[in-house]
Design a protein around this ligand. Structure first.
Ligand SMILES: Cc1ncc(COP(=O)(O)O)c(C=O)c1O
Length: 388
C-alpha cells in the first residue's frame, strides 16, 4: 500500500457515523476541533482488527505481551529509548494516567502535593488535578520563541510537575536543554515529573525530534522520579481503541498504578491491544506518509494566517495549529473568536480559553486538504466581513 497524498486525500465521511468531531455540530459546519484525524487508519491495523473481530470470540483477554514488546521495540528503534518491560502499566487512556499521577501526589506527598502544569496546556491537565483534589500551579509559557520563562517559580508546597511533551496546544518540541532545566528544577526541589508523550510520534521536521523525557535521565535515582505516558492513539489515529501505557520505573510509584489497573479502571480492551501491536509493528510507512501530508496542510494554514495578519505558533509537532486571534477583540464585541468562527464561518475550532489562552483558537489540521482549503476560505471571508 502506498501511503501517498492520494491515500490521505480520500474522505472518510465521518458525518455518517458515530464521530464526536463530525456529529457535534450541524451538517453545514466544518469541524476542526477535537484531536483526531480524518484519515483512514493504515491497512495493517484494519486487517489485524478485522481478523480478530472475525474470530467471534470476545471474552476477557489477557494483556498482550506482543503489543508491549512492539511498543518497546518501536521506542528503542526510533528514539534509542530503552524501556524495561517491568516499568510498563497498561492504561485505557492517557487522561486516566494523568489522574493517577495526581492521585499519587495526593497520597504520597501530604502537605506538598501541588502540581506544576504549563499554561496553556491540554485541558485535562487541569481537570486531573482538580478531580484528584490537588492544587495546580501554572507556569506560563511564551507562545513564540523559547516557551519556558527565564526564572522558574518557587516550589514550596509542590510535589510534582506534569509536562506535555511535545506540547499541546503550542506544538512545541521541547529541546534537550529545556527538558534538562525542568529535570534539574525537579531534582533540586524533590519533584516527581510525569510526561504526557501521546503526541511523540508527530514531530514534523528534522532535525528536531521528540525526546522521551526518561531517555534523558542521568542515572537510576533521577529516572525513578520520572514517569511517561505513551500511546499509539494520536500518532496512528486510533484513539477510539483506548490503549495507552504508563512507563513508571520506580516500583513504589508503579504500585499505585498497578493497584488501580483492573481493580478500579478497566484493562485495555482486546481491540486496543490488537490495534496497538499492528501500529507499532507495521505503522511506520503510514506515519511517514501522514506526516508529509500534514506538512502540506501546515504550509497552507501558515499562508492563510499570514494573509489574515494573525500570529500562528510554529507547529513543530502535533497537527494542532494555535492561532492568536486576540487582535480581533475590538471587532468581536465580547464574543470569543471560537464562537465568531462557528457562527459566521461555520467552522468549529477549539476555544483557546479551555487551555488557558482566551483569545486564541486551536485548529485541527489533520483533515483532507480540500476540507482545510474550504475552512480557510470560510474563515478568510468571515474575517474580511468583520474588519470591513
Ligand atoms: C496531550 C494529550 N494528552 C492526552 C490526550 C487524550 O488521551 P486519551 O484519549 O488516551 O485519554 C490528548 C488528546 O487530545 C492530548 O492531546
Amino acid at each position: 500500500m502506498d501511503y501517498d497524498f492520494g491515500f490521505f486525500d480520500v474522505p472518510l465521511h465521518r458525518e455518517r457515523g458515530d464521530s464526536v468531531k463530525w456529529t457535534q455540530f450541524g451538517a453545514d459546519v466544518i469541524p476542526l476541533w477535537i484531536a483526531d484525524m480524518d484519515f483512514r487508519a493504515c491497512e495493517e491495523i484494519v486487517a489485524a482488527l478485522t481478523r480478530r473481530a472475525q474470530e467471534g470470540c470476545y471474552g476477557y483477554a489477557r494483556d498482550s505481551q506482543a503489543a508491549i514488546r512492539a511498543m518497546i521495540a518501536y521506542h528503542r528503534e526510533q528514539y534509542g529509548w530503552e524501556i524495561d518491560p517491568e516499568w510498563v502499566v497498561p492504561q485505557p487512556g492517557v487522561v486516566t494516567a494523568l489522574n493517577l499521577f495526581c492521585r499519587l501526589l495526593r497520597e504520597t506527598c501530604p502537605g506538598r502535593s501541588d502540581v506544576f502544569i504549563n499554561e496553556p496546556v491540554y485541558h485535562h491537565f487541569m481537570s486531573a488535578a482538580q478531580l484528584q483534589g490537588i492544587r495546580e500551579r501554572r507556569v506560563e509559557l511564551r507562545p513564540f520563541g523559547e516557551p519556558l520563562p527565564e526564572t522558574l517559580p518557587d516550589a514550596d508546597g509542590a510535589g510534582g510537575w506534569m509536562l506535555c511533551n511535545p506540547q499541546n496546544p503550542l506544538g512545541h518540541l521541547w529541546r534537550e536543554g529545556e527538558l534538562r532545566r525542568i529535570l534539574d528544577f525537579a531534582a533540586v526541589n524533590g519533584l516527581l515529573v510525569a510526561s504526557d508523550e501521546i503526541h511523540g510520534g508527530l514531530a514534523l521536521d528534522a532535525p528536531h525530534t521528540y525526546l522521551p523525557l526518561l531517555s534523558l535521565a542521568r542515572d537510576d535515582a533521577e529516572r525513578r522520579r520520572l514517569m511517561a505516558f505513551v500511546a499509539p492513539s494520536k500518532t496512528w489515529n486510533v484513539p477510539g481503541l483506548g490503549c495507552a501505557f504508563a512507563i513508571v520505573p520506580d516500583p513504589t510509584f508503579r504500585a499505585h498504578f498497578t493497584r488501580d489497573y483492573d481493580n478500579l479502571i478497566p484493562g485495555i480492551n482486546l481491540f486496543g491491544w490488537v490495534g496497538a501491536e499492528a501500529a507499532y509493528r507495521f505503522g511506520e510507512p503510514w506515519r511517514l506518509g501522514m506526516l508529509a501530508y500534514l506538512r502540506r496542510n501546515r504550509a497552507l494554514f501558515e499562508e492563510a494566517a499570514r494573509a489574515w495578519g494573525l500570529p500562528l505558533c510554529r507547529l513543530e509537532a502535533t497537527y494542532l495549529g494555535f492561532l492568536d486571534c486576540s487582535s480581533l477583540a475590538p471587532w468581536l464585541g465580547g464574543e470569543s473568536p471560537r464562537d465568531f468562527f462557528l457562527r459566521t464561518a461555520k467552522v468549529a475550532l477549539h476555544d483557546g480559553a479551555i487551555f488557558g489562552a482566551p483569545g486564541w483558537v486551536r485548529v485541527n489540521l489533520a483533515t483532507q486538504t480540500a476540507t482545510l482549503r474550504a475552512a480557510i476560505e470560510r474563515m478568510g471571508n468571515a474575517l474580511a466581513s468583520l474588519r470591513r
